[in-house]
Design a protein around this ligand. Structure first.
Ligand SMILES: Nc1ncnc2c1ncn2[C@@H]1O[C@H](COP(=O)(O)OP(=O)(O)OP(=O)(O)O)[C@@H](O)[C@H]1O
Length: 245
């Protein structure tokens, strides 16, 4: 489980947020632009230097572990696929790094790609993929590496509606059986309600409300939190802790 106190002083902006995410749980960090969502995620990932606080994974400081042993996977809007590797080898990269032989890593990667509807594109170069296909490949590349902490920074942002729906369905399927702790950053209340069991509303660098999408939408404490109310009826299908892959 993640236990984080995320502090970043960037005057006049101050991020000061406490987050706890259990294994098997998806927490949506929902907030308007500039609220500090990406900064929070980057601190957890070890990509931004905090000015205080802590990030613990199972009670051990995450950043005390060598980077290769942190088991943190991050998915961004930009798929960041390795351009010199085939789609298959992009996905095989994680299993290879964790000690699988070449053939085994490629077998595992092929299964992930087939599951994501990308089996026919295994030998393609990343540059040949459509934006939606590249996002799928990026997601399964991250999952194939077996992260214990999954950080999703606006993973559906900027896509056309139909592509977004497809990727959301794939994401929802994988999150429902993800055994680790997941933080999903979004400014889309519908996305938060559809994908996460719990929502933390981040505004101006502080958590203003936390609860299930139902709780937050029923008793919103701020105007921004009230935006979740429009999504009632699309409540989460993710059940929280207890799911295993
Ligand atoms: N490297 C930096 N140095 C100084 N200030 C920064 C830096 N990165 C972000 N900020 C500021 O920190 C605040 C939070 O930014 P952040 O990108 O984390 O918010 P966000 O909620 O992710 O917004 P968005 O959805 O627009 O990406 C903003 O006021 C931003 O200008």
């Amino acid at each position: 489980m993640i236990d984080a106190h995320l502090v970043a002083e960037r005057p006049p902006f101050l991020l000061d947020a406490r987050l706890r995410v259990a294994a098997g749980e998806v927490l949506a960090l929902l907030g308007p632009p500039g609220a500090g969502k990406t900064t929070a995620l980057r601190i957890i990932a070890g990509l931004a230097v905090p000015t205080g606080g802590h990030v613990l994974l199972d009670d051990v400081p995450l950043h005390a572990r060598p980077p290769a042993r942190r088991a943190v996977g991050m998915v961004l809007r930009d798929p960041l696929l390795f351009g010199h590797l085939s789609v298959l080898d992009n996905v095989a990269f994680g299993p290879r790094r964790h000690g699988a032989g070449r053939a085994e890593a490629r077998r595992v990667a092929a299964a992930w790609l087939a599951d994501a509807g990308l089996g026919a594109l295994a030998d393609a170069a990343p540059g040949e993929l459509t934006p939606g296909q590249a996002r799928r490949a990026s997601l399964v590349r991250t999952l194939a590496a077996g992260p214990r902490v999954l950080l999703l920074d606006d993973p559906l942002g900027g896509l056309p509606d139909d592509t977004r729906r497809e990727l959301r369905a794939l994401l929802r399927r994988h999150l429902s059986c993800f055994a680790g702790a997941c933080v999903l950053v979004t400014d889309d209340p519908g996305e938060a309600a559809a994908l996460a069991a719990r929502v933390a509303v981040l505004e101006g660098g502080a958590i203003t409300q936390e609860g299930t999408p139902e709780e937050v939408s029923r008793y919103p404490r701020t105007r921004y939190a009230a935006s979740l109310a429009a999504c009632r009826g699309t409540a989460s299908v993710i059940q929280g802790p207890g799911h295993v892959r």
